[in-house]
Ligand binder design. Structure first.
Ligand code: ADP
Ligand code: ZN
Ligand code: ZN
Length: 678
């Protein structure tokens, strides 16, 4: 009888793996192997775990060990390389292995019953039998221009680990480069898999359509958070079994099992959405680079406004820089960017007369316009002129936002909803005023200014229902919308063909933010949204493409860089500033956060953490309250740790985490490595 010990990773916050007994019987008739999923008892539950080691003895006495209940035998084991990827992520981000490896698996794999798994495997097996067409010949590929061709050839021809930064202006045809590099690799290498990551779910349908049209004979799997469980299972399995050759997904797809991975593409690599902001706070871009290194394969990071980290690597030669300087479509020119001074051109309904005139012209010519305002709701706050009352959230250091169509005040941080008060809660004044302007209010203003126009708002509120975002974008593509108003959801990636005007409302606040990354982000955002204009050639009698930015600081150097489409210069200046100020990417950071009912308790915990370990070479800053100190009645504080060497910081964090875990404090704390919002 087979009898051994298996070490198993479970999805628990405890940073250990657990030993179980493997007793061979009819159900467990084979030897266990690393990477297999098993069902085990844990506390009072039965949970799915991952075998990470098979061994002959345990430090725990045999009679105390519990037994493995069942094996997910239908599933080929996860590979050593995949385990190593999870192991690296766990190590680097200082989280338990099980918390990295298990939650990314489809729920149905983790469920006790395996009916769904059986069904999915049979499905897929049938497809394989019927010989799903294995024709990797691409269709309808446009002829690349020389710069695109050079880039695609460089990527597909690379050997070993080869990171590329594809630096191409908006509309330069980066997507074509990815697809043709993919086509070459699929044609050269039998069974190769290609992983393409995009920052937003909303960008998957357009790209998915493109890929299906190009590669009708290749199985495509999508992986993102809005798939139904059944779909998720099938797609994940298709990737794991090596049947899906192109895998298109959002950040979570970076942890998918891809046994034949030969190329990774990270589109819009600068996008903050690649950073997971809760739980395992990983950067999908950074993990992707690690994964490409592990597998010795090429990776492409594409952007018109690369992150400073990637730009620095390209400048230093660590990444190979590939440039696309012009728009791909003949005669589609980059838009002219102009600043509109709001001090001299006073806005009505939030719009200056210049912008209103530009919108009117587009309406007359049957062209589309896009207004970008990164603030949803009707107004960020309401107030009482008589006594000075403002709509503070009772639970957060934040205002309750007025949502007029929904007749509610909403806190965007704790999700509290209140009815809009009829009168001021302090003085009874019935004339409460909305202050400032969100997308709903701009939409209302537009309807008054342009009653004939077809106006569509796209933001998180208008697209709450599943499928509604897609429907909204489709209607823009079909030309059923004259003026589109939206948040950053509309700024990224979309290829709107008939759009010739972009108006930017209210970007100034980010100019004076405390966050040192704010200007990098604002610049990228403005360049991205500007890039939605003029993506097709100018029509006869049509408008030249134009971007109008309304500002009170039109002379600001950041805006001049946008006007000149001058990323190089701007990035160079920012990097110099960062170097002088000892900020990333010149140093490495980690952020310890603590939450408690009282602020002092959180601060005390952090102070204790700061003192608990010798730390030569590591800078430990003072604990401070977070900018938004209170969220949902919880007080929050943070402690920033910095070091000039990544390995030294990593070594310190490992020891530090062990100390902190041993402290058994009741304060809730978490660590973020390479934090982005500090
Ligand atoms: P980016 O991702 O760089 O912003 P896209 O890949 O969306 O740009 O391409 C912009 C437009 O240019 C798309 O409509 C695309 O079909 C078109 N395009 C790309 N490459 C070519 C080419 N070689 N010839 C003609 N059109 C092209
Ligand atoms: Zn009042
Ligand atoms: Zn709140």
């Amino acid at each position: 009888m087979l009898h051994c010990i298996v070490k198993i990773a479970l999805d628990t916050p405890l940073d250990i793996c657990f030993d179980y007994l493997w007793c061979g019987d009819d159900k467990l008739s084979a030897l266990p192997a690393c990477g297999q999923l098993v069902l085990v008892p844990f506390g009072r539950r039965e949970v799915v775990g991952l075998i990470v080691e098979v061994k002959h003895s345990s430090e725990v006495a045999d009679h105390k060990l519990k037994q493995v209940l069942a094996l997910r035998a239908q599933l080929p084991p996860l590979s050593d390389r995949w385990l190593a990827l999870c192991g690296f992520a766990a190590d680097y981000y200082q989280r338990p292995l099980g918390e990295v490896a298990i939650p990314g698996l489809p729920k149905n794999l983790r469920a006790e019953k395996t009916v769904a798994l059986d069904r999915a495997v049979k499905k897929l097996a049938k497809q394989a039998e019927q010989g799903a067409p294995h024709d990797a010949t691409p269709h309808q590929m446009p002829a690349l221009n020389p710069a695109q061709q050079q880039a695609a050839d460089a990527i597909a021809g690379a050997r070993g680990f080869a990171p590329h930064l594809l630096y191409g202006v908006t509309g330069s045809g980066k997507t074509e480069v990815y697809l043709q590099a993919a086509a070459q690799i699929l044609a050269q290498q039998d069974a190769a898999q290609i992983l393409i990551l995009v920052p937003e779910i909303n960008l998957t349908p357009q790209l998915e359509g493109n890929i299906r049209a190009r590669f009708p004979g290749v199985m495509l799997a999508t992986l993102h958070s809005s798939l139904a469980e059944g779909e998720r299972m099938t797609h994940w399995l298709a990737a794991h079994l090596g049947q899906a050759r192109i895998i298109l997904g959002t950040r979570l797809a970076i942890l998918a099992s891809l046994p034949q991975l030969k190329l990774i593409v990270i589109d819009e690599e600068h996008d903050p959405s690649y950073k997971q902001q809760e739980g395992l706070r990983y950067s999908a871009r950074d993990l992707a680079v690690w994964r490409a290194h592990q597998l010795a394969i090429p990776i492409v990071l594409g952007s018109a406004t690369p992150s400073l980290e990637s730009w620095q690597h390209a400048q230093s030669g660590r990444y190979r820089k590939l440039e696309l300087r012009e728009r791909a479509v003949k005669d589609a020119l980059l838009p002219t960017v102009r600043l509109i001074n709001m001090e001299t051109d006073k806005p009505t309904e939030g719009l200056t007369s210049t912008l209103i005139a530009a919108l009117r012209l587009r309406l007359e010519r049957g062209e589309q316009s896009l207004l970008f305002l990164n603030r949803r709701g009707y107004a960020p706050v309401i107030n009482c002129d008589a006594c000075g009352w403002v709509s503070d959230c009772p639970r957060c250091t934040a205002f309750m936002v007025l949502h007029k169509p929904e007749h509610r005040l909403r806190c965007h941080h704790c999700s509290l909803e209140l009815r809009i008060p009829r009168a001021c809660p302090t003085c009874g004044n019935v004339d409460l005023q909305p202050l400032g302007r969100g997308t709903q209010r701009v939409e209302e203003g537009l309807q008054r200014l342009f009653p004939q126009a077809r106006i569509l708002r796209i933001d998180a509120d208008s697209t709450r229902l599943k499928g509604s975002a897609q429907a909204a974008f489709d209607s823009v593509h079909r030309g059923e919308v004259d003026i589109l108003i939206g948040t950053q959801m509309v700024a990224k990636g979309h290829d709107f063909k008939n759009l010739t005007l972009v108006g930017v409302l209210n970007p100034d606040t980010a100019l004076f933010s405390q966050d040192y990354r704010a200007s990098e982000r604002l610049f990228a955002q403005l360049m991205q949204v500007a890039g939605r204009a003029g993506r097709a050639a100018q029509k006869e009698g049509g408008s030249a493409s134009e971007v109008l930015i309304q500002s009170r600081y039109p002379q600001h150097p950041l805006y001049s860089a946008v006007v000149n489409h001058d990323y190089d210069h701007f990035a160079g200046a920012l990097l110099e500033e960062r170097q002088q100020a000892h900020l990333p990417p010149y140093i490495y950071q980690a952020l310890l956060r603590a939450e408690a009912r009282e602020l002092q308790i959180a601060l005390d915990f952090l102070q204790q953490a700061a003192n608990c370990l010798e730390h030569p070479g590591i800078t430990i800053n003072d604990p401070i309250p977070m900018t938004m100190t209170r969220v949902a009645n919880v007080e929050r504080a943070q402690l920033l740790v910095e070091c000039a060497s990544r390995p030294a910081l990593q070594a310190f964090l490992k020891r530090w985490m062990a100390e902190l875990r041993a402290m058994k404090s009741r304060v809730k704390w978490s660590l973020e490595v390479d934090p982005v919002d500090i």
